[in-house]
Design a protein. Sequence first.
Length: 743
Amino acid sequence: MRPDQATNHPLQAGCRVRVLIPLPLSSTYEYRIPDGISVGLGDYVSVPLGNRTERGVIWGIGRDQVPEERLREITGIYKIPPMQPEMRDFIEWTASYTMSKLGSVLRMAMSVPTVFRPERTVTAYISVSDPISVDPTVRMTNARARVLSVVEDGCPRKIGELAQAACVSPGVISGMARAGLLKPIQINPDPELPVIDVHRPGPILSDNQDRAAAELRNAVLEASKTGSEGFAVWVLDGVTGSGKTETYFEALAKCLERGLQALVLLPEIGLSVQWYSRFEERFGVRPLQWNSELSGSERRRTWLAIQAGHSAVVVGARSALYLPFSKLGVIIVDEEHDISFKQEEGVIYNARDMSVVRARISKIPVILASATPSLETMTNIQFGRYRRLHLPDRYGGATMPEIKLVDMRSEPQENEKWISLELQEKIRKALKSREQVLLYLNRRGYAPLTLCRRCGHRISCSECSSWLVEHRLKERLECHHCGFLRSIPDECPECGALQTLVACGPGVERIADEVARRYPDARTEIMTSDTIRAPSAALDLVTRVHKGEVDILIGTQILAKGYHFPDLTVVGVIDADLGLAGGDLRASERVYQTLHQVSGRAGRAEKPGFVILQTYQPENPLMKALSSGDREQFLEIEAEARKRYFMPPYGRLVSLIVSGPDRDLVDKASRELGKTRPYSDKITVLGPADAPLSLLRGRHRRRLLVKADRDVHLQAIIKSWLSKSSIPKGVRLQIDIDPYSFM
């Protein structure tokens, strides 16, 4: 805790305070507390900035940095609970570690502007407290009698709700209010929060689940005790289908029992669909959610409930980590290895790693759950920083699927054929047995490339250095990086030849075409981010799969994890090698994690599962580890490769991207930055060089990569480095500490 956080509340009128404003600013501004306003640290206030008024947070005591004659006054205070000291510390830590503007991080924590507006109320009606005062000449009809019967319980009801309950028209309610038979009052329009049943019995856990759950319950209990140093990182490492969710639900139950709040982070909206159903089965209601699909009123209600300490469990995407929890008792990061937890725009951070920091500041446990923990997490376990809880078996006696490699080099080459002979036969047998099939290819659309057979021209994006992907169902070409769209041309844009453009390679739509030709009676669905844009769409598809209305599910990584389909027995991976090429140091790890997860969708109930990985590299250690189920062998090989080159987690990386619309200016800025690079035997600076995506959204991009030993304080070195360089106007420098993307 910072020294000025210990200052007594409230602060005196005339006192100088530092106010942080949610704008891309590195520091606070000083203001004076005027007469008639009582404020304290963490309070949300309005302040003048230039010729406008801004919202901000009182961040600390003033430092007499502004002359008295220039000092301006706070103009108001918002009637919501102040930001907790732990949250202010977390914001400062995030800004310092990611080298972001302090105000930009605060903006993530003040992402709901409607909470600062006056509370909206609506009119509701209750029975009058003194019926004697009612005019005796008022006629009592049957309709009015029904209304009075409904309001006898004293519960306020809005006009439409009351009219429906009493089977009358709204005009009857208005007439009764004018006659004095009903009393109008103003109420908050927000619905009541769901009441979670903590004591609702859960499923019977296996012995391994029960042991892990006991550890997690005890961790939450100990952290909830006053003065406890309850921070610890628990890794729930369980095979697919082992019941990790039900296990950490026990930690949630203990947290709720102690009257505390819990945060669960999920990497994707689609993954939340079945998760919500499981939560509802366990606790009777659904938790509050936090994602981009919420309406403005839902975001306001959720934010204020969390701030006031009323909301018990919140489930959300990475941004939920910056919600204003006042009584946080545990954080759970499900699928902790998932790349979706890394935010690549604005403030660049990894929500998994920041969850650990948030838990440490709040002195609470954090649970990282995965069937394929990241190498960083496994290394932390090895060095004793994290504690591992292992679930080696599937729940309920289900067995892990058999995994077989199919060498596509020996497959007969046929046009429009992407499904191997062996996978074809497995699909046929599954359909005959009325079992379900999943075909996985992490490539949206119909084909990744459109090529002219005459001149060789490849249709690319005008704003990015990437090819346009054909989406035949939408009848257009699309850039998956910037969203640029164009119609599919009839002639080559380069040579003008007609009927020479061909689609090269398969996407999920092309696989669906082949499936339709080979299995015309099968009911097929495509599941990608193009078809599943909201939780409601995911729920609809998942429901139909569970009802047996889908025979073959074709999709991308959106369905690789989390889903439980009892009748799904066959999984086919069309291109298991996809993603292995390129300069990404985590490429092998990501491919292994994804293929292990998608394989885990098969045979999760009574029926055994079978997985076929179609590969052109069956001798690759990654493929061998997948087929043998030897994860430790793969991790050992991967760790040795990283150690050899001092790559994370055995070394540190920072990526600096210089970008702008003017290529010459970007080149000049990146060269100047390279000239002032730091020199040390513990640091290597690579570049500047073209980024793999050298043009993105119309901006030219150059990259410098800083590589250092683990014990090097890179942020301080980079800060010193940048102080010697000047970035010209029109050029942007983006700093990515611990980069995950190398594009």
